[in-house]
Design a protein around this ligand. Structure first.
Ligand SMILES: CC(C)(COP(=O)(O)OP(=O)(O)OC[C@H]1O[C@@H](n2cnc3c(N)ncnc32)[C@H](O)[C@@H]1OP(=O)(O)O)[C@@H](O)C(=O)NCCC(=O)NCCS
Length: 199
């Protein structure tokens, strides 16, 4: 019952939100000019998008009526700042599987726990509310911060697509990670016991 009273979209540091397309378009367009961010996020060639092109894509695809996607944005609880996005895509309702994507565009918030907190909130939504069986993701070998964050949220490495990306004059693996519902439930039990012991 306690979990039913909790605000499903609030974590310890962040909350997941929906935002107006204009606000998101401006943020995505600005974040996309950070080349390091763009290369951590995606394997496609880095491109620049104006706010108006971005807005069309956001309205049609990202926030459109698509049963295979559930997208959110990330705001800090402390100062209500919009710092990134997180969402589920490629949802296979028949198999109970979905891919998660996350990006904190405001880079001064990297490495301070915000991404892991947002991921924990999203996993709770995926397992408790959408009743999924597993959540999957891929991450590039050159992104150890993301890999560590995913491990903290409970993901395990499931495999590697060898030499998938060509960046910076060399090839890098793409790492496949996933978390099963029973693993997530086990983490909740362990954290409830730890909290009881600390009280
Ligand atoms: C990936 C991302 C969401 C993670 O969120 P975050 O808030 O930065 O992550 P956290 O602070 O919660 O955790 C990062 C962990 O990695 C560790 N870390 C940071 N840099 C590291 C590095 N170079 N090598 C190894 N570990 C590193 C941190 O110490 C921390 O672990 P700890 O808590 O055990 O000390 C965020 O960094 C981000 O959006 N980055 C840019 C875009 C991106 O990479 N998206 C993901 C694409 S798959």
């Amino acid at each position: 019952m306690e979990t039913m009273n909790k605000n499903l979209f609030h974590g310890e540091l962040v909350r997941l939100t929906l935002e107006d397309a204009d606000r998101v378009a401006a943020a995505f367009s600005r974040w996309g000019q950070d080349m390091e961010y763009a290369r951590l996020l995606d394997s496609g060639p880095v491109r620049l998008f104006s706010s108006s092109i971005m807005r069309q894509w956001i309205e049609k695809e990202y926030l459109g009526d698509n049963p295979g996607m559930v997208n959110f944005f990330i705001r800090t609880l402390a100062d209500d700042r919009l710092i990134g996005f997180i969402g589920l895509g490629g949802i296979h309702w028949n198999h109970g599987d979905a891919f998660v994507g996350i990006g904190i565009g405001e880079r001064e918030y990297w490495g301070k726990g915000y991404g892991t907190d947002a991921m924990r909130v999203l996993l709770r939504f995926a397992f408790e509310e959408l009743n999924l069986h597993r959540v999957s993701l891929t991450v590039f070998e050159y992104n150890p911060r993301a890999i560590r964050s995913y491990e903290k949220a409970g993901f395990a490495v499931e495999g590697r697509v060898r030499e998938f990306v060509h960046r910076g004059g060399r090839r890098w693996d793409m790492i496949c990670m996933g978390i099963l519902r029973r693993e997530w439930e086990q983490m909740q039990r362990v954290s409830a016991v730890t909290q009881q012991e600390a009280a």
